[in-house]
Ligand binder design. Sequence first.
Ligand SMILES: [Zn+2]
Length: 346
Amino acid sequence: MGGLELEAVFSYDCLLGHEYVERFFARVIEGGKVGHAYLFFGPRGVGKKTFAFYLAQWLLCRDSSREGPCLECVSCQKVQHNNHPDISFFSPAEDRLWIPLEAVMQIQREVSYAPLEGGYRIAIVDEVERMNEEAANAFLKTLEEPQGNAIFILLAENIYSLKDTIVSRVQKVRFAPLSLERVWGYCRREFSEEGVLDGVVYSSMGSLERVRQFMDSGWLERRDWLLGMLEGEEFRFSSGFVEGILGQLESFSKRQARRKELVETLELLETLFRDLGVLSSCSRGILFHPDRRDRLEEISRKCSFVEWFHLFHLCWQTRQKLAYNLHLELTLENFAIEFQQEWGLS
Ligand SMILES: [Zn+2]
């Protein structure tokens, strides 16, 4: 957990698609009814964090209006340059799975100071679902006894993984995935059009962060590698497929910090299995990977819909465990065993 770490991705572009949230806060601010804690929830990478900083800028602006912050006053400039003393940003450390109690105590300390520039003290807490039991209990106390000028903006992907007692003490604001048109619009501006495939846009699930990740993480190559594995003779008839996948997964797992990459590979495999299931049932459903339809159609004949669904489910389960489980090796081992049982392999 650190101080303010506003990412370079803070661009007002990212507010697109959340106009209804903007209208909601326009009413709140105009009516002088700003709450002491908000929970922004919705899929990863749809703009929750960006909006949180935008809202902070709006609340601290010296010349704000119904339309938003002025973007020009000293306060707005400070937010834009990442050095406003009354905003603190917290996110779990890269190598830690949980937000520990000490981090919550740090948050409590920071919001207890009076605002340096008048107005509010704003704490933005990312991935709040990662607080461990102890930390969540301590944090609950902070929410129960709001400090004069402190405002919390909590960010979470999944509202159901939070304690009910926390959820009931905050105002919930839902962030929906962006529409495909929005994602395409962003891609056209940011990348040359030929470079972006339908697969990137559809698999982004309405998240610009995913698009950026896909474009710079070798996602396209990884996808083709996985497709190649699924096309191979050994898939279905030997354990070569599992070994190949695990080989890659294990090389990732040696570097703990790359757990995210591992989770991404499983997620990718999941979307491929999902498409294969759709195609094997002859359904005309929308694919995550429409740009690889021909190859997927060919592969889909190797298994039944039910089999593809089981594989999809197995990947999903493993990914959920990996996101929270410390025992990476154990989880991968289970994945291998179940995968091989699924195929009657040994
Ligand atoms: Zn301003």
